[in-house]
Design a binder for this molecule. Structure first.
Ligand SMILES: C[S@@+](CC[C@H](N)C(=O)[O-])C[C@H]1O[C@@H](n2cnc3c(N)ncnc32)[C@H](O)[C@@H]1O
Length: 397
């Protein structure tokens, strides 16, 4: 797979709405994008034209998955970039009319419903008086209507989990992937294309010891296991007990045996496990997630960009300590500001003694700033038909 591949997005037309962001965050993004910012903000309001799904090649093939989706009536195809990916098409956006009673949902739930997901109880912020069977429409806190459907919940007796609304109409119409047999039997995983590229760039060999410092919900480490044919040894560390439980469920669902999980603050892994030495380390830390699309609006403050960047550096410091000489560290984020991407890479080069390595597959564009940062891989939503993403690959000399 050593070829250079680019995925070009169609330039969003002038009629595409511009993402609502605060003035402070706009200033941060302008530092990264300059005159390109308008195109970036417009692209973020729309999903990529292909929604990627990873096939669990330990259990099946992309061909069989594409066939089964096709038999379900889902418009789907093989990815032109990764053999383990299939893609489904969210189609063009539709205006959704208010119908029935109003349910106001949080931004996260609204962005899922917008794509066609059902509404789950924890996403409800408030509603009119609703009984099971009522027709409802769902709106985000700023009043954008994202879908209509039939309520399963009662506003008089709210639960903490479970499906609250069966979505009937939504802005985009992705099929309910998580309710499919393929998902239930662990044959597929929802994962963006750049996220899959990250594990490919790590290039794990079958007998490698791999450490994932920020592992839940386990998308990348389960992909790494798949690439290794489930024959390696992966230590997947995660700080949040709730997210760790979810990851363990995902590992079971996918039928993977080579991952050892532990609840840890990974900033101290070198101290907790002084003997631990890894061939490859994955650093996929918390970030401001500004590349996730489609977005209804964005509320992150510039201070969050700064605090994420400071946090991200701490994981890279540990990665540089536990990786073997000649070993690989891959750093990734699903965000856009250079402060969390190229500047963190600069820290790893200048302060940690790591060196940038060439990436394969090369699907995105080069890092901003040129020079040595050209070896990083950036997926900018105005030019890549993918979520916004950043990947850097290092070697420890
Ligand atoms: C971007 S997510 C990782 C996604 C994951 N790599 C995947 O592909 O599914 C970042 C994760 O880091 C975890 N995290 C945050 N601080 C941490 C810490 N100090 N130590 C370990 N994990 C941490 C978060 O709870 C979150 O699950």
């Amino acid at each position: 797979m050593g070829t250079e591949m680019r995925m070009e997005a169609d330039e969003p037309d002038a009629g595409t709405p511009r993402l609502e962001v605060g003035a402070g965050l706009e200033g941060v993004l302008r530092r990264t994008y300059g005159g390109r910012l308008e195109g970036v903000l417009r692209a973020l309001t729309r999903p990529p034209s292909e929604y990627a799904i990873r096939v669990n090649t330990l259990k099946t093939t992309a061909e069989r998955v594409a066939e089964e989706f096709g038999a379900m009536g889902v418009r789907c195809g093989r990815s032109a970039i990764l053999e383990e990916a299939v893609v489904i098409y969210p189609g063009e956006p539709r205006a959704v009319e208010r119908r029935g009673k109003m349910v106001v949902v949080d931004k996260f739930a609204a962005e899922s419903v917008m794509l066609g997901s059902k509404l789950y109880e924890p996403g409800i912020l408030r509603s009119e008086r609703v009984a099971p069977g009522d027709e409802v429409f769902m709106a985000d806190p700023r009043g954008h209507i994202v879908g209509t459907g039939i309520a399963r919940f009662s506003s008089a007796r709210r639960h903490t989990a479970g499906i609250a609304v069966d979505t009937r109409e939504s802005v985009y119409s992705l099929p309910p992937v998580r309710e499919s047999r393929l998902f239930g039997d662990g044959e597929i995983q929802e994962q963006s294309l750049p996220a899959m590229v990250t594990s490919r760039v790590l290039d794990p060999q079958p007998s490698d010891v791999v450490v994932d410092l920020c592992a839940a919900p386990g998308n990348k480490c389960t992909h790494v296991a798949q690439i290794q044919g489930d024959r390696g040894l992966i230590y997947a560390f995660e700080h949040s007990p709730k997210r760790l439980r979810r990851m363990r469920g995902e590992i079971r669902r996918l039928g993977i045996r080579s991952i050892r999980t532990a609840q840890r603050d990974s900033r101290y892994i070198d101290r907790d496990f002084p003997e631990l030495r890894a061939d490859r380390v994955l650093v996929d830390p918390p970030c401001t997630a500004l590349g996730v699309r489609p977005k209804l609006y964005e509320e992150a403050a510039p201070s969050e960009v700064e605090s994420c960047a400071a946090y991200q550096k701490q994981f890279l410091r540990v990665a540089a300590r536990i990786v073997k000489k000649g070993g690989t560290v891959v750093y990734s984020t699903c965000t856009l500001p250079a402060e969390e991407d190229e500047a963190v890479v600069g820290y790893a080069l200048d302060e940690l003694g790591l060196e940038l390595d060439r990436q394969s597959p090369a699907v995105g564009g080069p890092g901003i700033g040129g020079g040595r940062l050209g070896a990083a891989q950036r997926f900018d939503p105005d030019v890549s038909d993918t979520p916004g993403y950043f990947i850097a690959k290092f070697v420890r000399p």
